[in-house]
Design a protein around this ligand. Structure first.
Ligand code: GLC
Length: 537
C-alpha cells in the first residue's frame, strides 16, 4: 500500500509569533507564549506549526530581514525557549516548521556589511553589485516588489546593489557557491536541532538572469495596480537555474528523516508545478498553491482552478491549499463570514495539505491600523505597513487585550474581540471556531478525506461538487458559493446515495443525499455515501 507521510495527512497552522501570545507582557508575542498555548492547538487537532521568522533581525520587514540565521531574536526569547518549544511540540506529536529566508539578508547582516565595505572585499560577490547605467541610473529596469527601483546606490563603493524587497534586504548571489554553502549550512543547523521542515521564503526569486536583461513591459498592466506589475519579471525571477538550487535543498532535507520543504511561490500553476521537480530528481514537497487567495470567488473559476490543479500535478506530487497568510487580507474580509465557511470546507475536504493562518479559525478580520507609520520607531519601523491589518494579535478571551497580553499590544486588537475569541466561541456551537473544530475532526477521522482520491462531480451556476474516495469509504462535498438557491445534478456514472454528516446548516444533518442536490444560499454539505463497488475503482 502507498505510504502517506505526515505532511500529506496533517493540518499545518501558521503562527505569526509577534501576534500569537505574549508571555512576558511587553506587548509582543513570544516563544513562551506559544508553549503556553500548545494545549489549544492540540485541542484543535493541529499537527504541525509553521512559525514566521523568529531570528535575529532589525525588524524592518518584521523578521524577513535577518542578521543572524542561527540566533533567536530576543523579542521572541532565547535558544533555550526555542528548544523547549520544540520538545514540547514533539511531546504532543506536533511538528515544527521554521521560516527559511534564503533570498536576502538584512543590510545589517555581517555578510552585507563586509560586502559593502569595499569592491575588493572577499564577500563582495555574495550580493548583487552592478555599475550604474551609462546615464548614471540603475543598471536595469527591475522593480522592487515593495515599490521603486530594485537597485540602491552605494555612495562609498559607487555601485548599485539589488534588493527585490526593501532596500534594507539586499539579495544574496546564489550563483556564488560560497553563498550556497553558507545558506545550506543554516538548513542543516536547524535540521540537526530537530525541526521538521522549512517554509522557504520567496523561493522563485533566488536566481536572477545572468546578463541582467531588462524585464519586458507588461501589456496587460492595469492602472491602479502596484507599479511592480508594469513589467513582467521574466529575467528577475523564476529562472531555470533556480531548480538546481531547489534540488540541492531537497537533497539536504533527505539527509534527514521525514522532513518537509514548503515553498512560497506566487506563480501560475503551470510554472508552479516545476518546483516539485521530477520523480527521479525531486524538488520541494509542497510549492504553495495560492489559488483560493487569488482566484475570483465563484463556482466556475474555483471548480476550474481545482480541476486544472489536479490535472497539472505530476503523479508523484502532493497538493496543498491555503486561505490566508501574513501578507494577504484575511479571508473574512475577502469573502465574508458565510463564504469563509465554504472556503474552510474546501480547504479541509479537498485532496491536499491544508494550511491555516492563525485566527482564521475564529473568523478574525483585518484590523484597521489608525497609527501613521513612525519612521523613528526603532523596534518596528514599518508598523503602519499595508500588511499590518492581517497581523493583529490573536483573540483569546473577552477581556483586556483579548487575553493576548497584559500590556498594550504591538498592534491594536480588533474591536470585534468580545465576540470573536477562543473562549467565547468554544462555548457557542454555531461559532466559526466550532465549525473549524468539527470540520477538522471529521477530516481526522476519515482517511478518505485526508488521503482519498479526488473525483470531480459537477458545477452548475454558483455551486460545485466533488467526491473523495478511499477503499470502501466515499464522501460527497457540495458547496454553494452564492446568495441564491442552487441545484446540482450529479452525473449518473457517479451513483450517489447517502446522508449528510456535516455542513454549514446544522438543520440539514441527517438529510438524504441523492443525484439531485439542493443547496440553500451559502450552504455547504458533506455527505457520507454508500460505496458501490465497480463505479469508483
Ligand atoms: C515573503 C514574506 C513577506 C516578506 C517577503 C520578503 O513574501 O511572506 O512577508 O515581506 O517575503 O521577505
Amino acid at each position: 500500500m502507498q505510504k502517506f507521510l505526515w505532511w500529506q495527512k496533517d493540518i499545518i497552522y501558521q503562527i505569526y509569533p509577534l501576534s500569537f501570545m505574549d508571555s512576558n507582557n511587553d506587548g509582543c508575542g513570544d516563544l513562551r507564549g506559544i508553549i503556553n498555548r500548545l494545549h489549544y492547538l492540540e485541542w484543535l487537532n493541529i499537527d504541525a506549526i509553521w512559525l514566521s521568522p523568529i531570528f535575529e533581525s532589525p525588524m524592518v520587514d518584521l523578521g524577513y530581514d535577518i542578521t543572524n540565521h542561527k540566533q533567536i531574536n530576543p523579542i521572541f526569547g532565547t535558544m533555550q525557549d526555542f528548544e523547549e518549544l520544540l520538545a514540547a511540540c514533539h511531546a504532543l506529536d506536533i511538528k515544527v516548521i521554521l521560516d527559511y529566508v534564503p533570498n536576502h539578508t538584512s543590510d545589517q547582516h555581517s555578510w552585507f556589511l563586509e560586502s559593502r565595505s569595499s569592491r575588493s572585499n572577499p564577500k563582495r560577490d555574495w550580493y548583487l553589485w552592478k555599475d550604474a547605467a551609462e546615464n548614471g541610473g540603475p543598471p536595469n529596469n527591475w522593480l522592487s516588489a515593495f515599490g521603486g527601483s530594485a537597485w540602491e546606490w552605494d555612495e562609498k563603493t559607487e555601485q548599485y546593489y539589488y534588493h527585490a524587497f526593501y532596500p534594507q534586504q539586499p539579495d544574496l548571489n546564489w550563483r556564488n557557491p560560497m553563498v550556497q554553502d553558507a545558506m545550506f549550512d543554516i538548513m542543516r543547523f536547524w535540521f540537526d536541532k530537530g525541526v521538521d521542515g522549512f517554509r522557504i521564503d520567496v523561493l522563485w526569486h533566488l536566481i536572477k538572469d545572468e546578463r541582467f536583461r531588462d524585464n519586458p513591459i507588461n501589456p496587460e498592466y492595469e492602472e491602479g495596480k502596484s507599479e511592480y506589475h508594469c513589467f513582467i519579471p521574466v529575467y528577475s525571477a523564476d529562472q531555470p537555474e533556480v531548480h538546481d538550487i531547489v534540488v540541492k535543498m531537497r537533497k539536504i532535507a533527505d539527509e534527514y528523516n521525514d522532513r518537509v520543504l514548503i515553498g512560497e511561490i506566487y506563480l501560475p500553476i503551470q510554472q508552479l508545478v516545476n518546483y516539485y521537480g521530477l520523480e527521479q530528481r525531486p524538488g520541494i514537497h509542497l510549492p504553495f498553491n495560492f489559488q483560493f487567495i487569488l482566484c475570483p470567488w465563484n463556482a466556475f473559476e474555483i471548480y476550474t482552478a481545482i480541476n486544472d490543479y489536479e490535472a497539472t500535478l505530476p503523479d508523484f506530487a502532493w497538493p496543498n491549499w491555503v486561505l490566508g497568510n501574513h501578507d494577504q487580507s484575511r479571508v473574512i474580509n475577502r469573502l465574508g463570514i458565510s463564504q469563509a465557511k465554504i472556503a474552510a470546507m474546501l480547504l479541509f475536504m479537498l485532496r491536499g495539505t491544508p494550511v491555516v493562518y492563525y485566527g482564521d479559525e475564529l473568523g478574525m478580520s483585518d484590523t484597521p491600523i489608525p497609527r501613521i507609520p513612525d519612521p523613528e520607531s526603532k523596534q518596528f519601523p514599518n508598523l503602519g505597513s499595508d500588511r499590518s491589518p492581517e497581523r493583529s494579535p490573536m483573540q483569546w478571551a473577552p477581556f483586556d487585550n483579548a487575553g493576548f497580553s497584559c500590556a498594550k499590544s504591538w498592534l491594536p486588537i480588533n474591536e470585534n474581540y468580545l465576540s470573536f475569541n477562543v473562549e467565547t466561541e468554544a462555548q457557542h456551537d454555531n461559532s466559526m471556531l466550532m465549525f473549524y473544530y468539527r470540520l477538522m475532526e471529521l477530516r481526522k477521522e476519515e482517511a478518505a478525506l485526508q488521503i482519498g482520491r479526488y473525483i470531480p462531480a459537477c458545477q452548475h451556476g454558483n455551486a460545485l461538487s466533488f467526491l473523495r474516495h478511499w477503499e470502501d469509504r466515499l464522501f460527497l462535498i457540495a458547496v454553494n458559493l452564492g446568495e441564491s438557491d442552487e441545484t446540482l445534478t450529479i452525473p449518473d456514472q457517479l451513483p450517489v446515495s447517502g446522508k449528510i454528516v456535516f455542513g454549514t446548516h446544522p438543520d440539514s444533518f441527517g438529510r438524504k443525499v441523492s443525484q439531485q442536490i439542493n443547496l440553500k444560499p451559502n450552504e455547504g454539505i458533506v455527505g457520507r455515501l454508500i460505496y458501490e463497488r465497480g463505479f469508483y475503482e
